[in-house]
Design a protein around this ligand. Sequence first.
Ligand code: ADP
Ligand code: MG
Length: 432
Amino acid sequence: METKQFKAESKRLLDLMINSIYTHREIFLRELISNASDAIDKIYYKALVDENINFDKDNYFIKVTLDKDSRTIKISDTGIGMTKEELDDNLGVIAKSGSLKFKKENEIKDGYDIIGQFGVGFYSSFLIADKVTVISKAYGSNEAYKWESCGVDGYTIEPCYKDSIGTDIILHVKENSEDENFYEYLEEYKIRTLIKKYSDFIRYPIKMDITERRLKEGSENEYEDIIEEKVVNSMVPIWRKNKNELTTEDYDNFYKEKHYGFDKPLKHIHLSVDGTVSYNAILYIPENMPYDFYTKDYEKGLELYSNGVMIMNKCSDLLPDYFGFVKGIVDSEDLSLNISREILQHDRQLRFIAKNIKNKIKSELEKMLRNDRESYEKFYTAFGRTLKFGVYDNFGAEKDVLQDLLMFYSSKEKKMTTLDEYVTRMSDDQKY
Ligand code: ADP
Ligand code: MG
């Protein structure tokens, strides 16, 4: 067994990392699952160029196992694994990304595939763990190795046994403190929720043993716990599916699943844009006004994904205030993320997407006004006031965008009318 020290810079960096880069502890799971997915992707890429490798999708998965007795969370994958050198290189040197290297060596362009690039995600383990054990057997190797670290003091590597190719990451969860609850990460429900939140669209199945309380067979009041292995992520995001294969019901279900509202959406907009900045988006115009819409608690914004991984829950920069009622998600591979992948580095791409989305919402509303007056009036009853405010806001900067969407009550016709309609039916001698 060899004991090695982190390089001095690494020590400081690790400290910095654990304490300041990430604002949410819970992202450790997102990072480790992303790494596991990258490891499987690497076998997938190898199989593309090597016909001796048979990439049978059923054999590739990620499994998360919780053990309250030993206070551990295990994240296992059947990916490419790491050799002794790679454990040393990729986990022993902070800010070194084996995945970025792999992408470069194999000339993989930034696609929606390999997620890793900064070489720091792994260390987010220490946000919730006081000891991390990695057991790995690399593809093409007969030996397995165990890497272990308690944080800043360095790490050890020694040979060990593992029967199959892949990696197990074992997190030994920190002790609860007065103001911090770490044990919640040993709860099935909590972990399942985090997987859904951040990693729902990882391409490979993420499995968990799920406990379900059921009536005992033949009994009317006795229950038993049944444990079953289940896939807990959806894998293919609806916004990457072909529009033709999706029904209104599919869109409505997604709206419900995402808890965008209790109502049914009045309209959905599915965008797939390819160009200087490529992105997919699903946007919804709700039918009813959310109960807190005109309070300061209401937060506008769209969910933002990069490569299928959730980056931001509510990205407010994607919507102007006057379209603040719009719900939905945007996924783009072209965003420049900062190191914690929680915020964006340059907002050029984001501004581009925001502008695009604004125009699209506007044209869809105009279309609704022309072709489906009933729906539009429903929409206007719920959100018309926001549009009017948009015209007035910012010294009228956006009035040209919005004026054709406005309606006013006509005392003569006893119904809502647009400016256009009003002008059309003005008598010839009416000047203003
Ligand atoms: P990044 O993912 O940005 O490259 P990380 O700190 O998350 O950085 O991981 C560092 C490196 O460790 C990865 O690039 C990869 O080479 C290696 N690695 C981490 N987890 C795994 C895993 N589960 N299987 C194989 N390699 C891994
Ligand atoms: Mg990573």
